[in-house]
Design a protein around this ligand. Structure first.
Ligand SMILES: C=C(O[C@@H]1C=C(C(=O)O)C=C[C@H]1O)C(=O)O
Length: 372
């Protein structure tokens, strides 16, 4: 009896305490909605100006500055930066819809890591197109079927993504932004672990989880699929099949998450390029992506690299692929720190071009410092 009286008193005190606090929250929400809409009215003006004068709707340089600014304003405050950034990203997603609805392409089917990266970068107020393979993403941007296309470039554990580097050689589009996404692989299956007879996934996650798979499932065959979501789709249909994929794929395809975070490296991260038919202005903390083929003489590659060293330009990524035009001819892909409009960068690139058969600038874009 006393217990239930105490409980009633507590619940009344709770209600009485909550009521004025919730009233304060309601008032603040009213102001926030007002402020958000006042911001949106200015965005509509920006959109009109861009349509009249031909500006790009998504401005990665401005996005970077807005996020840096709000992080600085938030310094020492209560909400973590990640929360502030997520709110602003969603708000900027709403801005796109007000300026002009955007179509974003990614490697599908839905539920892939590319899908996650696209959603975190562009938010809920754009349209998404899932494309069956990476060459189709480049083609769709080139043709103008989509406004922006996300392509995975390299993974911190497994290195470069072949079709993406090949796509860069053949596209007319530019790299306008980069995205870093922490990759957490999960083993998805609707049967218990001992009943798993086959594990499907894209070759990249299979490689990223190689040690874990050998320790946990040494006898179970691993079968490559075109994407992690294809793997999840197959695992959902086939008894005794498992897939390595995202938690989003588990939701979409109705699979249980048997094991989380099974990647061999805890810092497993994938870097994506955002491809577009536009160029990005400088922010002061940028990268430039290029590819080149060197002349056939000894020391040609060293000559190119010397130019960057002499200008004090840091290279953040270098990979090579066969040119696919002639046997044993290679194309080198380099990301360097600096924007093409920086005088020392453009000088170094013109000098480097003298040692090359071909040198193409793929684009300058803000350096991604924080994973999404
Ligand atoms: C409003 C703009 O367009 C987009 C939306 C932004 C925003 O909401 O702050 C920022 C950059 C652009 O991607 C702009 O270019 O300023």
């Amino acid at each position: 009896m006393t217990d239930s009286l105490d409980a009633q008193n507590d619940s009344r005190a709770l209600e009485e305490g909550l009521a004025p606090l919730r009233e304060q929250i309601d008032g603040l929400d009213r102001e926030l909605v007002e402020l958000l809409n006042r911001r949106a009215e200015v965005v509509v003006e920006v959109g009109k100006l861009k349509r009249d004068k031909g500006g790009a709707i998504y401005a990665p340089d401005r996005e970077q500055r807005v996020l840096e600014r709000v992080r600085a304003l938030n310094e020492g405050r209560l909400l973590p930066d990640t929360c502030i950034e997520a709110i602003w990203r969603e708000m900027m997603s709403g801005s796109f819809a007000l300026e002009r609805p955007l179509r974003i392409g990614y490697l599908g089917p839905p539920g892939t890591f590319s899908h996650l990266a696209a959603r975190r970068k562009f938010g809920a107020s754009v349209e998404y197109d899932n494309l069956a393979d990476i060459p189709l993403i480049f083609e769709a941007v080139d043709r103008g079927d989509i406004d922006y296309g996300l392509v995975p470039i390299e993974n911190s554990t497994e290195g470069f993504v072949t079709p993406s580097l090949d796509g860069l050689m053949n596209t007319r589009s530019r790299v306008c932004a980069e995205v870093l996404l922490p990759i957490h692989n999960n083993l998805l299956a609707n049967c218990d672990a001992p009943d798993i007879k086959v594990i499907y996934s894209h070759p990249q996650p299979l490689a990223q989880c190689r040690r874990w798979l050998s320790a946990q499932f040494p006898q179970v065959p691993r079968v490559a699929t075109t994407s992690t979501s294809k793997a999840a789709e197959q695992a959902a249909e086939e008894p005794g099949a498992a897939a390595i994929g995202t938690t989003l794929a588990a939701q979409i395809y109705g699979l249980a998450i048997q094991f989380e975070n099974i990647e061999d490296s805890g810092e497993n991260t994938t870097r994506f390029y955002v491809m577009a038919r536009q160029e990005t202005g400088p922010t002061g903390d940028d990268k430039t992506a290029i590819y080149f083929t060197t002349k056939h003489r000894s020391g040609a590659l060293a000559d190119v690299l010397d130019v960057f060293r002499d200008e004090g330009i840091n290279l953040t990524h270098i990979d090579k692929r066969p040119s696919q035009r002639k046997n044993w001819d290679y194309v080198f892909f380099v990301d360097l720190l600096g924007h093409i409009s920086d005088p020392h960068v453009s000088k170094a690139l013109s000098e480097a071009a003298e040692h090359c058969l071909e040198l193409r600038v793929l684009g300058s874009f803000p350096r991604a410092t924080q994973p999404l």
